[in-house]
Write a protein that binds this ligand. Structure first.
Ligand code: GAR
Length: 222
């Protein structure tokens, strides 16, 4: 068993991806430990859940800081108290400063509800429907300075149905997000995904394009 990966998870709301990560840890599928959950909103439902689970939680309100740089420096200071191996953005709805992204280079990941590079930003499900997309999905990627950018590790495709609304599509994509995120973190813990200099490797080979969970990677049944 590899050493558990130390995680700090950043959220802004519901926290269902956080729950999926905690469930995978509890079920022995993910060698990791959530050291802390940090939110920019004190009323985030995911914070209450983490508290119930006896995880350290912290809320950092942007109104208490003069600017984005000040906020991100404070956030960085908090996160670094926990000495994480990996910082996990799980629905953290803030734009990050280049300094923050740079500080966590190669150890900052995000999940985004689209087949990146399509539909960066907000409202991805409505925009996918309006664009007439026949497939939608979710992506887990390392974070670079631009919004919802950086090397994508794993994606899942979700077919768009004729009677989909943004809400029904979002729900089906979210179910798949809950498979993706624990799996990518597991691969990182196991060293199957790693950085060598500026090269992202999967099983020792350069990762040229995102892995697709059901096409190239068959997850073993639990
Ligand atoms: C998820 O759908 C996640 O992909 C999205 O926010 C939701 C959070 O849900 N993130 C982004 O849009 C980031 N650009 P959760 O709080 O239930 O995990």
């Amino acid at each position: 068993m590899p050493q558990p990966l130390k995680l700090v998870v950043l959220i802004s709301g519901r926290g269902s991806n956080l729950r999926a990560i905690l469930d995978a840890i509890r079920n022995g599928e993910l060698p990791a430990v959530v050291e802390a959950v940090v939110s920019n909103r004190a009323d985030a439902a995911g914070l209450a859940y983490a508290q119930q689970e006896n995880i350290d939680t912290l809320a950092l309100d942007a109104d208490d800081y003069p600017d984005r740089d000040g906020y991100d420096r404070a956030l960085q200071g908090l996160i670094d108290c926990f000495e994480p191996d990996l910082v996990v953005l799980a629905g953290f709805m803030r734009i990050l400063t280049p300094g923050f992204v740079h500080h966590y280079q190669h150890r900052l990941i995000n999940i985004h509800p689209s087949l990146l590079p399509a539909f960066r930003g907000l409202d991805t499900h409505r925009r996918a429907l309006e664009a007439g997309a026949r497939e939608h999905g979710a992506s887990v990627h390392f974070v670079s300075e631009e919004l919802d950018s950086g090397p994508v590790v794993l994606q899942v495709r979700v077919p768009v149905l004729a009677d989909d609304t943004p809400a029904t599509l979002a729900e089906r994509v979210l179910q798949q997000e809950h498979r993706l995120y624990p799996l990518v973190i597991r691969w990182l813990a196991e060293g199957r995904i790693r950085w060598q200099d500026e090269q992202l490797l999967f099983d020792g080979r350069p990762l040229q394009q995102p892995i697709e969970i059901d096409r190239e990677y068959q997850q073993k049944p639990a």
